[in-house]
Design a protein around this ligand. Sequence first.
Ligand SMILES: Cc1cc2nc3c(=O)[nH]c(=O)nc-3n(C[C@H](O)[C@H](O)[C@H](O)COP(=O)(O)O)c2cc1C
Length: 187
Amino acid sequence: MGETSNGDHRLTELMNKRWSPRGYSDREVREEQIHALLEAARWAPSANNAQPWRFVVTRKGDERFAKILDAMSDWNKRWVQHVPVLVLNLAQKEFSFKQEVNPTAQYDLGQAVFAMALKAVDLGLVAHQMSGFDHEKVLKDLDIPDGYEAVSTIAFGYLGDDSNLPDDLKESEKRERIRKPIDDLLF
Ligand SMILES: Cc1cc2nc3c(=O)[nH]c(=O)nc-3n(C[C@H](O)[C@H](O)[C@H](O)COP(=O)(O)O)c2cc1C
């Protein structure tokens, strides 16, 4: 009943190829590619079709990129500073059509973000989600209106060499990816 490594899973091609690297190339992500990622997010399913996902898309060098980077944990800063595209993922806390908390806003956002992660593979890109950042600071520094929570961020780019990474992160790029066995997921 060992954990399963990434060598022996049988998934669709996009799911098989997806992983979360930290070494990114400087190669530019084109506007059409970013549009295609957002289109994938747009078509995600959501409770009541509320589509409670919102995004702030930034590129390295932008002021807003610097603000998101500044809110990152020191651990994440070490690699996130090199990514070409960094997106902040926000959830709208209440339904827009009634003054009631949307209990699946984060869940729905997660589906939209995963759709982007798979679309990234389809476009020949890689993606890496993060929650290790100061969620309140980013809301304030980016002047996000009330009613939204900062849930996660996701990096996009081309896979690069790991030369700009510290040694422990270089090592983690090569580490075997493991998962719990299915039996452990079932009650
Ligand atoms: C919501 C969420 C938050 C994460 N936060 C971080 C993070 O702050 N820093 C980081 O380096 N990786 C982060 N990760 C990446 C996970 O560590 C990674 O997805 C997990 O180890 C599985 O590896 P895989 O994506 O290559 O399959 C996060 C992933 C998710 C989905």
